[in-house]
Design a protein around this ligand. Structure first.
Ligand code: UDX
Length: 463
C-alpha cells in the first residue's frame, strides 16, 4: 500500500521504517531538512536497536523515502499517518499545535482520492473529530486562497470536489529501546473508527504483522486487533500507560514498606507476580518511572478528567508516589554517608531506561539537581551518553568515559539505569578505587552477594 508518515520522531520513524520493511511503499515527511538529509543517507537520527538496519534495507529496495515536501507525501499516500509530537505544556495538557499544523497541511493538499488519516500521535481524547474539522479547515483555506489569487478555474475545479477521508485512531504501544521489536511483535493492534472502509484498509496495512510474518515466533496465533470507536481507542492508550505507571508506583510503595518491616520486595514481586491476575511484569521497584510517555500521558489523563469534572485520585497518587520515589536514592545516600556536602557521588547510568539515549524526565536529572543543592560533587558514566559525547544539556555532572574512572575517588555509587552491561562491571577493582565503597542499587538490578563480596556496602530499594 502507499503510505505517508508525517513526523519522523520515535514513533513516526519506527512506524515508517517498519511498514516499509513489510512491503509497503512509505514516504516519510519531516520539516527538518537536516534530519531528512541524514535519513536519506540511511542514518537514523535516534538510537534505537535494529532501526538503522531496516531503514537501510527498505531504502535500498525503494520502499522507504524521505522528503520535506508534505504535498508530495499527501499525494502519494492512501494512508496518511500523523506522527508528530504532543509535548506536555506546563499545565500538564498536551501541546497539540503540531498535530493541528499537520492536519491543516494535509487538508490543503487533499485531492479527489479517498484517504485514511491516522492519528498515531498521542492526542487528547476526542481528537478524532477535531482533526477532521482542522483537515476540512485546511481544504477550505486552500479554496479561498485560490479564489483570492484569481484562479479562474477554481469554481470548476472545486465545484465537484468533496474531501474524501476518514480519521482513524491507531495508538502505538512501543517501548523505547525495543521499538522495532515491539512493532513486529505487538500484544495487540488498536484501530479506532466506525467506518468499515477505513478499518478494512488499516487491516490490510497491518496484515503481515497480524499474521506474524515478521514476528520472532511465527507460530503464535494472530495478533488480536481491537476495533472500536475513536474515543475508546484514544482512551486505551492513556489507560494502558496510566495503569503501567500506577503498577510501578504500587510496587515502589510496597518496597518502601518492605524497607521498614525488613521484607524483600524482589521476593514479594515474584510472589504476587505469579498470580496470573496480577502478572509478573512492571513490578520492578526502584527510583521511579520517567521517559517521554508515562509522565506526559498520566498528567494529560488527569487533566482531561478534571476538564470533565472528575478528580482522578488514584492517578494523582501514582504521580505523587513517583515524585517521592525519585528522591529515594538521595535518602539512602544520606542514611549511609550522613552529610553530603563535600562528598563525591557517581551515577551509573543517566538515561531514563537502558538501550536509549533519551533523557526526557529521567530520574537522574532530579537526583543530580538535589545532590548539587546539598553540596555533593556528581560524576556519571552512561554507556550511550559517555560514548556519543551527547550531553543533552546536562549540568552539574561530570560525565566520565568509563566505569572505573567513575569509581575513582567516589564516596558512593548509585545505579540509576539498569543497563545490562552494569551486571558485568569489575566491582572489586571499582571498590578499591573508591573512598568509600557504597553501592546504592536504584533498580535492584545487581547481584547483591557479588557486589558485597567485591567489598561494597550494598543498599537496594525495599530489600
Ligand atoms: C512506555 C510504555 O511501556 C509503552 O507501551 C508506551 O508506548 C510508551 O511508554 P517507555 O517509556 O519506552 O514505554 O518505557 P518502559 O519500558 O515502559 O519504562 C517506563 C519507565 O518505567 C522507565 O523509567 C522504567 O525504568 C520504569 N520501570 C519500568 C520501572 O521502574 N519498573 C518496571 O517494572 C518497569
Amino acid at each position: 500500500m502507499r503510505v505517508c508518515v508525517i513526523g519522523t520522531g520515535y514513533v513516526g520513524l519506527v512506524t515508517g521504517a517498519s511498514l516499509a520493511h513489510i512491503g509497503h511503499h512509505v514516504i516519510c515527511v519531516d520539516n527538518n531538512e537536516e534530519k531528512v538529509k541524514l535519513m536519506k543517507a540511511g542514518q537514523s537520527p535516534i538510537y534505537e536497536p535494529g532501526l538503522s538496519d531496516i531503514m537501510q534495507s527498505a531504502s535500498s529496495s525503494g520502499n522507504l523515502e524521505f522528503t520535506t515536501d508534505l504535498g508530495a507525501g499527501v499525494a502519494h499516500g492512501e494512508i496518511l499517518f500523523i506522527a508528530v509530537g504532543t509535548p506536555p505544556l506546563p499545565t500538564g495538557e498536551s501541546d497539540t499545535r503540531y498535530v493541528e499544523a499537520v492536519a491543516r497541511g494535509i487538508g490543503s493538499h487533499l485531492d479527489n482520492s479517498y484517504k485514511v488519516i491516522v492519528n498515531k500521535s498521542t492526542v487528547p481524547i476526542g481528537s478524532g473529530d477535531w482533526v477532521r474539522m482542522i483537515v476540512l479547515d485546511g481544504v477550505s483555506e486552500r479554496q479561498k486562497s485560490l479564489v483570492a489569487a484569481g484562479d479562474v478555474g477554481v469554481e470548476e475545479k472545486f465545484g465537484e470536489f468533496t474531501a474524501q477521508f476518514d480519521v482513524v485512531s491507531n495508538p502505538e504501544f512501543l517501548r523505547e529501546g525495543s521499538a522495532v521489536y515491539d512493532t513486529f511483535n505487538p500484544d495487540r493492534i488498536v484501530l479506532g473508527s466506525t467506518n468499515p472502509k477505513a478499518i478494512a484498509m488499516m487491516q490490510e496495512l497491518y496484515a503481515p504483522i497480524v499474521e506474524r510474518k515478521v514476528a520472532e515466533d511465527q507460530s503464535l496465533p494472530p495478533v488480536p486487533v481491537v476495533v472500536t470507536d475513536i474515543n475508546s481507542a484514544e482512551m486505551i492508550k492513556y489507560a494502558a500507560n496510566a495503569f503501567l505507571a500506577t503498577k510501578i508506583s504500587f510496587i515502589n510503595e510496597v518496597a518502601n514498606i518492605c524497607d521498614r518491616v525488613g521484607a524483600d520486595v524482589t521476593q514479594v514481586a515474584k510472589g504476587i507476580g505469579l498470580d496470573s491476575r496480577i502478572g509478573n511484569k512492571f513490578l520492578q521497584a526502584g527510583i521511579g518511572w520517567g521517559g517521554s510517555c508515562f509522565p506526559k500521558d498520566v498528567s494529560a489523563l488527569i487533566h482531561t478528567a478534571e476538564d470533565y469534572g472528575y478528580d482522578a485520585q488514584l492517578m494523582k497518587a501514582a504521580v505523587t508516589v513517583n515524585q517521592r520515589q525519585r528522591l529515594i536514592a538521595l535518602e539512602k545516600l544520606q542514611q549511609v554517608l550522613k552529610i553530603l556536602k563535600g562528598k563525591t557521588v557517581g551515577l551509573l547510568g543517566l538515561t531514563f531506561k537502558p538501550d536509549t539515549d533519551d533523557m526526557r524526565d529521567a530520574p537522574a536529572l532530579m537526583l543530580i539537581e538535589q545532590l548539587n543543592r546539598l553540596g555533593a560533587k556528581v560524576k556519571a558514566f552512561d554507556p550511550i551518553v559517555s560514548s556519543t559525547g551527547m550531553r543533552h544539556g546536562l549540568t552539574g555532572v561530570f560525565v566520565e568515559t568509563d566505569p572505573e574512572r567513575l569509581a575513582d575517588g567516589c564516596d558512593a555509587l548509585v545505579l540509576v539505569t539498569d543497563w545490562q552491561q552494569f551486571r558485568n562491571l569489575d566491582f572489586a577493582k571499582m571498590a578499591k578505587l573508591m573512598n568509600n565503597p557504597v553501592m546504592i542499587d536504584g533498580r535492584n538490578f545487581l547481584d547483591r552477594k557479588e557486589v558485597e563480596n567485591a567489598g561494597f556496602q550494598y543498599v537496594g530499594v525495599g530489600r
